[in-house]
Design a protein around this ligand. Structure first.
Ligand code: SF4
Ligand SMILES: [Zn+2]
Length: 348
C-alpha cells in the first residue's frame, strides 16, 4: 500500500509479524501442546500500529505513527537514516586536475552528490557481484571533463556528470539537482563541485555503487528525520477560575511558543496549539510562582509519534518510509526465524 495513495498504512505485519500462514501453523501446533496455565484474556493483545498521513510534499512527508512503542518509532527512524539503500559515487579516477582543490577534496564532494536511487534495489551490492571490479549490474559510471577557455571563473557542477553508457535494464541513475522554489519561478540549481580559473581543467571517471548510510554518510537518503511526542495539556479550570485577570495573562504569556490563548468574552484560558509545546515547563514554573502548582498538568502520549522525514533528493520521501518499513519487516522475520530455531533445555 502506498502512503501517497491512501491516508493509512497498516504496519502491523512489520511489528507483530503474525501472518496468515503463521497463524495457521500456530493453530496446528496448539493442538499438540498442553493447555496454557493462564487464560486467553490475561495475555497482552498484539497492537496494530498504523500510519496516518498528514502532509506529503516533494521533499518531505509528515505522518502520525499510532498505537506502538517508542522502541518501534526509534527503530523506524534509524532504519530510514542508515539502512535504506541508495546509489552514490564511491570510486573516482582523476585524470586531470589543475584546479586549486586537491584530488581527495573533490572526490569527497563527488561522493556527497545525491543520485536518484528509486532503482537502487535493482543493483547488486558491489561486494556480492560476480565481477572482479565493477560492472553494469553493480555500478553506474560517469565521466566529467571541463576546461575553462574563458577569462572568467567557471563552475563545474553536477550537471557536468555525463553517463558513460546509457542505462538499460536498471533505469536511470542521475545526479539530483536542487529546486529553488522560493524564487517566483521554480528553477533547478546544480551542486557545485569545483571552480576553475582561466585555462584550468578537471576531468575524471566516477563510479557510483549501491550502499547504505551505516557504511558511509554519502548513502544516507534523508536530510532530517524527527519524531515528536504528542503533548497532553490539561488545565485545572476550577483553579484557573480563582486566578485574577493579571495572573491568567501572566500564565498565558509565560509560554514561549504561545500554546495557550485567553478569551476575553468568556474570561477563560484554553490550550490552542498543543503541538507547539516543547515541554519546557515554563508555564508550570509560573503556576508554582502563583501558588497554584496544580494549575496545569503536562504529560505526553506514550504511543503516538508525529514523524517528519525530509529527503535529500535521492529517493521520494514516501519511498524512504515504505522501504524502511519493508527492511524492518525483513529484519524481524530473520530474528523470528533465528529465535524459532533455538533449542531450549528441557525443564521439569
Ligand atoms: S511546557 Fe513550555 S511549551 Fe509547553 S505549554 Fe508550558 S510553557 Fe508552553
Ligand atoms: Zn559487478
Amino acid at each position: 500500500m502506498s502512503v501517497a495513495s491512501g491516508a493509512y498504512t497498516d504496519i502491523s505485519d512489520a511489528v507483530n509479524m503474525n501472518t496468515e500462514d503463521d497463524r495457521a501453523s500456530q493453530s496446528d501446533e496448539n493442538q499438540e501442546r498442553p493447555e496454557p496455565k493462564f487464560s486467553a484474556h490475561q495475555r497482552p493483545l498484539p497492537r496494530q500500529p498504523v500510519i496516518e498521513l498528514q502532509e506529503l510534499r516533494e521533499d518531505s512527508v509528515k505522518f502520525l505513527l499510532k498505537d506502538t512503542d517508542m522502541s518501534v518509532a526509534n527503530a523506524l527512524r534509524r532504519v530510514m537514516i542508515s539502512e535504506v539503500p541508495t546509489m552514490a559515487i564511491d570510486m573516482v579516477e582523476i585524470e586531470n586536475n589543475s584546479s586549486v582543490l586537491a584530488d581527495e577534496y573533490i572526490a569527497h564532494r563527488l561522493g556527497l552528490i545525491p543520485l536518484s536511487s528509486s532503482n537502487a534495489n535493482m543493483f547488486v551490492e558491489n561486494r556480492d557481484c560476480e565481477c572482479t571490479d565493477h560492472c553494469p549490474k553493480c555500478s553506474v559510471t560517469y565521466r566529467i571533463k571541463v576546461t575553462n577557455h574563458s577569462d572568467e571563473n567557471m563552475l563545474v557542477t553536477s550537471k557536468d556528470l555525463k553517463l558513460e553508457r546509457p542505462m538499460e535494464a536498471m533505469g536511470e541513475v542521475y545526479p539530483v539537482h536542487y529546486l529553488q522554489s522560493e524564487s517566483p519561478v521554480t528553477t533547478e540549481s546544480a551542486v557545485v563541485i569545483v571552480k576553475l580559473g582561466k585555462n584550468q581543467e578537471f576531468s575524471a571517471r566516477c563510479i557510483a555503487k549501491k550502499g547504505i548510510g551505516k557504511e558511509h554518510a554519502k548513502w544516507i537518503p534523508t536530510a532530517v528525520v524527527t519524531y515528536q511526542l504528542i503533548p497532553e495539556i490539561i488545565i485545572n479550570q476550577e483553579l484557573m477560575e480563582e486566578c485574577t485577570l493579571e495572573q491568567k495573562q501572566s500564565f498565558v504569556n509565560s509560554c514561549p511558543t504561545k500554546v495557550y490563548g485567553y478569551n476575553k468574552q468568556t474570561d477563560q484560558v484554553s490550550v490552542e496549539r498543543p503541538l507547539d509545546c516543547t515541554f519546557c515547563e515554563e508555564c508550570q514554573y509560573r503556576a508554582e510562582d502563583m501558588d497554584a502548582a496544580d494549575l496545569v498538568s503536562i504529560t505526553n502520549k506514550k504511543d503516538n509519534f508525529i514523524f517528519t522525514v525530509e529527503t535529500n533528493g535521492a529517493l521520494k520521501p514516501e519511498e524512504i518510509v515504505l522501504n524502511a518499513i519493508q527492511i524492518l519487516k525483513e529484519k524481524l522475520t530473520y530474528l523470528k526465524n533465528e529465535v524459532s530455531q533455538i533449542e531450549y533445555p528441557h525443564v521439569n
